[in-house]
Ligand binder design. Structure first.
Ligand code: HOZ
Length: 425
């Protein structure tokens, strides 16, 4: 028994399922998760002394790779002044100014501690602003684990085979309507059915929690115009895409302007941070400026702000990063597609820039229904083969692969040779 197995045995006795977030469990694979001791650049190391090329990247925020020296130094420096004050600080103001000065669609922003909190709060602000209760989300899009959003929620819920969570009162989801990703008619129908009662449409501009599902041409633009027609706010959940696809996230990448955006760990360079922002008139509804209550002792925590602002400034000043990530994505995911073709495999690769998924599905994956046709047993077999060759993937068919600038061409070529070993024996 290895050290990871020993730790897992101890963990299950004291932590539900042995993990502090379900997506870390290897339940779909049927083994103990790897317990991680450290990470650097594009590599991650487990307590058993194995090293892996990491394609989880802490679920997205490690755009520059793990343990980036400038970010680490900023954190160490900030720690010297104390860990938390629960009071206003200068760095929060700098963070808010920096975001709003560089993202035209964010006129005001509020820091929170996670993507879940950001989305929950953004929805509340949207409801407060419009005076409407209903929201529309898309099947397979994950917006964190708040009650109202745990409907066809993709990702962890999808992997565990539980359609929706227990413990969510019906009343909490009665105003959540579910549309089909990439299907504007389904959104139009719900908006017409709800007749002026929909506060917001929330969408992952790139579906990244049912595996990676790119928006079809015209989908995001269509959402924008449907929302305009119905006086409904459009919220982009940029927990995964924000500052990753472009500095301005999916909004900039696809050229579609949402009314509100939500961010998660990406805004804290991996520290527990989230944020929501958007048009001034909406954000001015938030307490204490307005009547929509939302609060948090740790919101805008100085250590998290130091980490996040350092990464955001770096990204803004080095926007060549986005071209590099685009090229790396093409090399890795394009290379995987070539291998599948050569192997005469019917499986598919979806990708947008640095985000990608190999779907063990015979039909093209464009939404939740097609994602669910994936052969999860075949994925588990592939996952294990890759892990044994030193490639660290998320232990679920329904998660994205994340590239960072630290994934060198040599590392990507080595990964491709391992994918090739698997499909072309
Ligand atoms: N979006 C990530 C999973 N799909 C979040 C990671 C987590 O839930 O732990």
């Amino acid at each position: 028994m290895g050290r990871s197995e020993e730790l897992f045995e101890r963990a299950v006795k004291r932590i539900p399922g042995g993990v502090n977030s379900p997506v870390r469990a290897y339940g779909a694979i049927g083994m103990a998760p790897r317990f991680i001791s450290r990470a650097d650049g594009c590599h991650i190391y487990d307590v058993d002394g194995n090293s892996y090329v990491d394609y989880i990247d802490s679920w997205g925020p490690m755009i520059l790779g793990h343990n980036h020296p400038e970010i680490r130094e900023a954190v160490v420096k900030a720690c010297a002044d104390g860990l938390s004050f629960g009071c206003a600080t200068e760095i929060e103001v700098e963070m808010a100014e920096f975001i709003c000065e560089h993202l035209p669609h964010v006129e005001m922003v509020r820091m929170v501690n996670s993507g879940t909190e950001a989305v929950m709060s953004a929805i509340r602000a949207a409801r407060g602003f419009t005076g409407r209760d209903k929201i529309i989300k898309f099947a397979g899009c994950y917006h964190g684990h708040s009650d109202a959003l745990l409907v066809s929620a993709g990702s962890g819920v999808m992997t565990s085979g539980v359609p929706d969570s227990a413990g969510v009162p019906k009343g909490c989801t009665q105003d959540t309507m579910t549309a089909v990703y990439n299907d504007l008619d389904s959104v139009r129908a719900l908006l017409e059915q709800a007749q002026g009662q929909v506060a917001a449409v929330i969408v992952e501009a790139v579906g990244a929690n049912m595996g990676v599902v790119p928006p079809k041409k015209g989908f995001l633009e269509g959402l924008r115009s449907l929302c305009d027609q119905h006086g409904t706010l459009l919220i982009f959940d940029e927990v995964i895409t924000g500052f990753r696809l472009a500095f301005g996230g999916a909004a900039e990448y696809f050229g579609v302007t949402p009314d509100m955006v939500t961010y998660g760990k990406i805004i804290g360079a991996g520290m527990p941070v989230g944020a929501y922002g958007g048009r001034r008139e909406i954000m001015e509804m938030v307490s204490p400026a307005g009547p929509v209550y939302q609060a948090g002792t740790l919101s805008g925590n100085p250590i998290a702000m130091a980490a996040g602002l350092t990464q955001l400034k770096y990204l803004y000043e080095h926007q060549e990063v986005y071209k590099i990530l685009e090229e790396k994505g093409q090399k890795l995911y394009g290379g995987m597609e070539e291998i599948l073709k050569e192997a005469r495999s019917e499986y598919h690769v979806n990708h947008v820039s640095s985000l990608g998924s190999l779907f063990f599905a015979k039909e093209e994956v464009v939404d939740y229904t097609s994602a669910k046709t994936s052969d999860t047993k075949a994925f588990a077999d592939y996952f294990l083969a890759m892990l044994k060759q030193g490639i660290h993937l998320a232990p679920s068919q329904f998660e994205a692969m994340f590239l960072s600038t630290a994934h060198t061409d040599e590392v990507i070529e080595d990964t491709l040779s391992k994918v090739r070993n698997y499909f072309i024996k």
